[in-house]
Design a protein around this ligand. Structure first.
Ligand SMILES: *Cc1c(COP(=O)(O)O)cnc(C)c1O
Length: 362
């Protein structure tokens, strides 16, 4: 039986990438060493890291005036590093609250400065992306932070907010490389690797150079972007194996048509599931406003928890794994990142249709 893993993160990796990692595990290209055993300052690993960065730059068309940093601490540490580095003596930062991840970013930023929540979707249980015309932006804000894809709520912005001259900061943990973005519209993009890039333990930061070097007094060395920018992310030992794996994923993306092709496939994949939900005549419900439904994380539920339980059990028996919704959300959630093949999504859609038909027939 083919197993399809719909976990939200750590999440599925491309099968071919895992095969390659296995083939190279004990002996990387005739060196007789595993990548895990290599010095981060040795020629071999420096080459691996440089190639990973170059491939990412190509995939996202990252302009030359942006640094790519390979860090640790997850997206969660960025919730603190961003205000520590980007306040630049200003009084406050603007944040958009669209759910659990934006709220965590807000709560952390409040420790370091004043936060203005300029827009929120709390009025409708965080089920939509608030329109830009309603945002109460402050033109003196240090930056504007938003979460393009709320991994738990399944709400995704299908537009990039135009916020004038204030740097735009985006937590792209769960949708980086899944759709085309013009990096020059952002001051800083960050993402934990474990959803769409590679194994947990690596955090990616793409930051415009003029935003580096302004950390607040007292900022620990390791939390200052300048430390990492000045040392090619090798101030201390970086997450070497995670960088290697991310590099393999970047190669896989390049070989498979890059971000533009991923985006097309991701639209088709998401449509398969939303079509099943919409065609079920209310048997499945998705709480998210149609225009803001995520292409990466599809939350849905039936009318009762016992039915959800039966759905999950029978899905597992078919090899459709890790579909249980987040503990705060309940129901089901299918995470269908780049590495999830169309066949996996089709198998889930088929099962959803069959299950709904069976229950409706009773
Ligand atoms: C998973 C996730 C996080 C948390 O990432 P960690 O790497 O576990 O710190 C933050 N933001 C979003 C949008 C996420 O999906």
């Amino acid at each position: 039986m083919t197993i399809y893993n719909f976990a939200a993160g750590p999440a599925i990796l491309p099968h071919e990438v895992l095969e390659q990692a296995r083939a190279e595990l004990l002996d990387w290209r005739g060196t007789g060493m595993s990548v895990m055993e290599m010095s981060h300052r040795g020629r071999e690993f420096m080459g691996i890291a440089a190639e990973a960065e170059a491939d990412l730059r190509e995939l996202m068309a990252i302009p030359d005036n942006y640094k790519v940093l390979f860090l640790q601490g997850g997206a969660t540490l960025q919730f603190a590093m961003i205000p520590l580095n980007l306040m630049r003596g200003k009084v406050s930062a603007d944040y958009v609250n669209t759910g659990i991840w934006s709220k965590k970013a807000i709560d952390e930023a409040m420790k370091f400065g004043h936060v203005n929540v300029v827009a929120t979707s709390a009025d409708r249980q965080f089920s939509y992306a608030p329109e830009l015309s309603g945002w109460k932006l402050d033109e003196d804000a240090a930056y504007v932070h938003y979460t393009p894809n709320e991994t738990i709520g399944g709400v995704e912005f299908n537009w990039v907010p135009q916020v004038g001259g204030v740097p735009l900061v985006a937590d792209m943990s769960s949708n980086i490389l899944s759709r085309s973005y013009d990096v020059s519209q952002f001051g800083l993009i960050y993402a934990g690797a474990q959803k769409n890039i590679g194994p947990a333990g690596l955090t990616l930061v793409i930051v415009r150079e003029d935003l580096i070097g302004h950390a607040a007094a007292g900022t620990p060395t390791m939390l200052d972007y300048k430390t990492h920018a000045d040392n090619d992310s090798m101030y201390n030992t970086p997450p070497t194996y995670g960088i290697y794996m991310a590099g393999l994923v970047f190669k896989w993306l390049k070989k498979n048509g890059g971000v533009a092709q991923m985006e097309k496939t991701n639209i088709a994949k998401a449509n398969l599931l939303y079509d099943s939900i919409d065609a079920s005549r209310g048997f499945y419900q998705c709480p998210v406003a149609t225009a803001d439904r995520s292409r990466m994380n599809v939350p849905f539920r039936t009318a009762d928890a016992a039915m959800d339980g039966e759905f999950l059990k029978r899905a597992e028996a078919r090899g459709l794994m890790q579909l249980k919704g987040h503990k705060l959300a309940g129901g089901m959630r299918a995470s269908i990142y780049n590495a999830m093949p169309v066949a996996g999504v089709q198998a889930l859609a088929d099962f959803m249709n069959e299950f709904a038909r069976e229950k409706a027939a009773r």
